[in-house]
Design a protein around this ligand. Structure first.
Ligand SMILES: NC(=O)c1ccc[n+]([C@@H]2O[C@H](COP(=O)([O-])OP(=O)(O)OC[C@H]3O[C@@H](n4cnc5c(N)ncnc54)[C@H](O)[C@@H]3O)[C@@H](O)[C@H]2O)c1
Length: 396
C-alpha cells in the first residue's frame, strides 16, 4: 500500500527540484555569457586598433597633400603664365556684340577674334532657340544661327525654314528695338545651281523651290528679303554676307560636307568617295579669311549683299587628289551616283568685297587644309571616333 508523502516531505522534494533547475540553468548560461564578454572585448579592441590605424593613415595622407600643395605652389611660381594678348578698347569703341550661333564652327572663331579685339562678346552661351524672341541690350548682332550642312538642315526642314524666317524676324526685331547694327549670314546657296559663272551679287539665282535643299536655300533667300524690308521700313543698318564654302578646325566631324568627308576617309584609310563625275567645282575658303571678311563688312558702310569666298576653283576630283596627297597617298578614290540638285559650279565673284571692304582671302588651300587635317587627327585620337561609320553620305 502506498503511503502519501507528508507535507514536510513534499516541501523538501520541491526545494530539491527547484535547486536542480537553478543549477542546470546556471551551468548552461554562465559559461556562454563569459565567452560573449570575451568576444565583445576582442572586437572592441580590434575596433580601437583599426581606428588608430585610420588616424595614422589620415595623418599621413594630410602630410602628403600638404607636401604636394607646397610643390605645386613652388612649381606655379616657376611657370610663366601666358595669356593671349587682348587689345584694350576704351568704352567709346568697345561694343556689346551678340553672335547668334556663336557656339558653332564659324561663330566660335568670330567670338575668339572679337574678344581678342577687346569687345564684349555676349558669350554667356545663352541656350536660346531664336525662333523665340530674345530681349537683350547690344550694339551689334552677327546673326549666324542656322543649321549649315545639308544633312543637318535636311534633318528637320520645317525647323530650318523657321530658324531662317521667324528666327531672322526675331533678330531684326531685336536690332530695331535696341538700334543695333545687324549682319545676316546668308549663303552662296541662294544662287542655287547657277547658270552664270562666277556668281556676282547681282545674279538672282537658280533655285529649285521644292527640292531637298529648298528649306535652306529659300529660307536664306527669305532672310535676305526680310533684312532689306526691315532696313527700308525701319531705317536700320543692315549687312548681308553671302558666305561660300568654308572649312577649318572646329568644323563638325559629321558635317557631311566634302572637306570633312574626304579628310576623315583618308585619315581612316577608307576609300575617298566622290559623287557623280567629280567634274563639278567648288571653291573653299579658310575660316580665318571668312572671319576677317565678316568683321570688315560689319565695320564698313556698305549695306548691299557681299560675296565672301575664295575664288580659286577646284573640281571635286582635283580636291580629292589634293587631300589624298596631304593625308595618305595610298588612299583610293571611287565614284558614286550623283546627288539630287547638286550644284555643278560654284565660284564667287569677289569684286564687291575687294572694292568696298578691301578684302580678299589670304590663306592658301594647302595651308588651310593642313591645319584642318591636324585638327581632325587630334579629334580622332581624342575621341577614338567610334561613330565614324555613321558619317552622313550627303555632301556639298
Ligand atoms: N560653314 C559654311 O561653309 C557656310 C557656308 C555658307 C553659309 N554659312 C552660314 O554661316 C552660319 C554659320 O555656319 P556654321 O558652319 O558655323 O554652322 P554650325 O552648324 O557650325 O553653327 C550654327 C550654329 O547655329 C545654332 N543654331 C541652329 N539653329 C538654331 C536656333 N533655332 N536657335 C539658336 N541657335 C541655332 C547651332 O546650334 C550652331 O551652334 C550659318 O548661318 C550658315 O548658314 C556657312
Amino acid at each position: 500500500m502506498l503511503q502519501t508523502p507528508s507535507r514536510k516531505q513534499k516541501q523538501i522534494i520541491i526545494i530539491v527540484i527547484c535547486s536542480l533547475i537553478c543549477l542546470i540553468l546556471y551551468l548552461s548560461c554562465v559559461p556562454q555569457s563569459k565567452s560573449l564578454d570575451n568576444t565583445q572585448t576582442t572586437q572592441t579592441k580590434e575596433l580601437f586598433k583599426n581606428v588608430d590605424h585610420l588616424h595614422i593613415a589620415l595623418k599621413q595622407a594630410y602630410e602628403k597633400i600638404e607636401d604636394l600643395e607646397f610643390k605645386l605652389s613652388r612649381f606655379e611660381t616657376t611657370v610663366s603664365k601666358r595669356y593671349p594678348e587682348v587689345k584694350f578698347l576704351n568704352y567709346l569703341r568697345r561694343k556689346r556684340v551678340l553672335i547668334t550661333g556663336g557656339a558653332g564652327f564659324v561663330g566660335s572663331h568670330l567670338v575668339d577674334r572679337l574678344m581678342f579685339e577687346g569687345h564684349e562678346v555676349n558669350f554667356e552661351l545663352i541656350h536660346h532657340d531664336i525662333v523665340n524672341p530674345l530681349f537683350i541690350e547690344v550694339d551689334e548682332i552677327y546673326h549666324l544661327a542656322s543649321p549649315a550642312s545639308p544633312p543637318h538642315y535636311m534633318q528637320n526642314p520645317v525647323k530650318t525654314i523657321k530658324t531662317n524666317t521667324v528666327g531672322t524676324i526675331n533678330m531684326l526685331g531685336l536690332a530695331r528695338r535696341v538700334n543695333a547694327k545687324i549682319l545676316i549670314a546668308s549663303t552662296s546657296e541662294i544662287y542655287g545651281d547657277p547658270d552664270i559663272h562666277p556668281q556676282p551679287e547681282t545674279y538672282w539665282g537658280h533655285v529649285n523651290p521644292i527640292g531637298p535643299r529648298a528649306c535652306y536655300d529659300e529660307g536664306k533667300r527669305v532672310a535676305e528679303t526680310l533684312t532689306y524690308a526691315y532696313a527700308k521700313q525701319e531705317n536700320m543698318q543692315v549687312r548681308v554676307a553671302r558666305i561660300f564654302n568654308t572649312f577649318g578646325p572646329r568644323m563638325h566631324m559629321n558635317d557631311g560636307r566634302v572637306v570633312s568627308n574626304f579628310i576623315l576617309q583618308a585619315l581612316k584609310g577608307e576609300v575617298i568617295t566622290v559623287y557623280g563625275s567629280g567634274e563639278q567645282t567648288r571653291s573653299f575658303q579658310y575660316v580665318s579669311d571668312l572671319v576677317d571678311g565678316l568683321i570688315a563688312l560689319m565695320n564698313s558702310n556698305y549695306s548691299q549683299p557681299v560675296n565672301l569666298g575664295n575664288p580659286v576653283e577646284h573640281t571635286i576630283n582635283e580636291f580629292a587628289t589634293i587631300i589624298k596627297e596631304l593625308v595618305d597617298d595610298r588612299s583610293k578614290i571611287s565614284h558614286l551616283a550623283e546627288v539630287e540638285d547638286d550644284p555643278q559650279r560654284r565660284r564667287p565673284d569677289i569684286t564687291r568685297a575687294k572694292t568696298y571692304l578691301n578684302w580678299e582671302p589670304k590663306v592658301p588651300l594647302n595651308v588651310g587644309l593642313q591645319k584642318t587635317v591636324d585638327y581632325f587627327k587630334k579629334e580622332l585620337q581624342r575621341f577614338n571616333y567610334s561613330r565614324a561609320k555613321d558619317i552622313p553620305e550627303v555632301r556639298l
